[in-house]
Unconditional design. Structure first.
Length: 305
């Protein structure tokens, strides 16, 4: 068991033990905190406590965290994942297209494969990677996971505080300007719950910037810098600006879906090529890049011809 000591500040005097643990130990919900206390995993001066115990302030809590539970899903087969960065807190991989991030039915997911290929993990009591952001099934590229609860909390804070720089490469239809910025409301489309849109009033905002990296006949390669990380954001905002992502089956026009380069690619032309974030252990900047995959390169070669 992993052992940890935690000093109770005097200013929280009167707070219940279970609520204090859930607030100050990363990865612990109130329910999980109560279960740990009831099992004797939290002691004061060596003595077992009740979850409802009121704290005085100044106590030293002794925590014993149990070993993480092994995955309950049966082993799955899938590709060997390319690892771009790996330390005691953080793993960043180059996600291949066609894989979902989290378990969904019987198909292999990135979480399943990473748990078996690059252990150990201990997040929320499970021997599984901590998911701190996501990529669509068909999107490839840089994807980060936490190894521990503490790392997961630090990474989520970094995303919330906009300390993470995510950049994408995408092929779009049309003739976009050399540089541009798209910003506006963002919400689920009331006419189709599978889709999102910028064309309905919402307090939630979405923003991105883009720059043309290469032009082709009727298409362009863009570098996209995300300011916000909304679901489907790049695909939605570029499509509604008149520059749909090639091969996008949900937001693309028929021309974008049937474009010869989209046929070569066989998926939406979107790749998370760079990720920059503060390392959870040291705070030092971690920066990785994922090369364009073979299918994306083949589409580029066709466009260049």
């Amino acid at each position: 068991m992993a052992q940890q000591k935690l000093l109770v500040p005097h200013e929280v005097a009167g707070e219940r033990l279970d609520r204090f643990v859930s607030k100050h130990v990363p990865g612990f919900s109130l329910e999980r905190a109560r279960a740990l206390i009831e099992s004797g995993g939290v002691r004061i001066r060596g003595k077992k406590c009740q979850p409802t115990r009121k704290l005085w302030g100044g106590e030293e809590l002794e925590l014993e965290r149990p070993e993480p539970k092994a995955p309950t899903r049966p082993p799955v087969e899938g590709p060997a994942l390319t690892v771009l960065h790996d330390d005691a807190a953080l793993v960043i991989i180059d996600k291949p297209p066609g894989l979902v991030v989290e378990p969904e039915g019987r198909a292999a997911s990135v979480v399943d494969l990473l748990a078996s290929q690059r252990p150990p993990f201990d997040v929320e009591g499970q021997a599984l990677p901590g998911v701190v952001h996501r990529l669509d099934r068909e999107t490839s590229g840089c994807l980060a996971f936490a190894r521990t609860d503490t790392a997961a909390a630090a990474l989520l804070r970094a995303f919330q505080q906009k300390q993470v720089d995510k950049r994408y490469r995408t092929l779009v239809l049309g003739h976009p300007p050399e540089q541009g910025r798209l910003e506006g409301p963002y919400t689920r489309d009331p006419r189709d719950p599978r889709r999102f849109t910028t064309r309905v009033h919402s307090a939630r905002r979405a923003a991105l910037s883009f720059e043309v990296r290469e032009r082709f006949e009727g298409a362009a390669l863009l570098e996209v810098d995300l300011d916000t990380g909304r679901t489907h954001q790049i695909r939605v905002q570029l499509s509604e600006a008149g520059f749909p992502v090639l091969g996008d089956s949900l937001y693309g026009t028929e021309v974008a879906r049937e474009h010869p380069a989209a046929k070569v690619l066989g998926r939406q032309a979107l790749h998370a090529f760079q990720l920059e974030l503060p390392g959870p252990l040291s705070g030092d900047l971690v920066r990785v890049q994922a090369a364009l995959p073979e299918d994306f390169q083949r589409a580029l070669e066709l466009l260049r011809r």
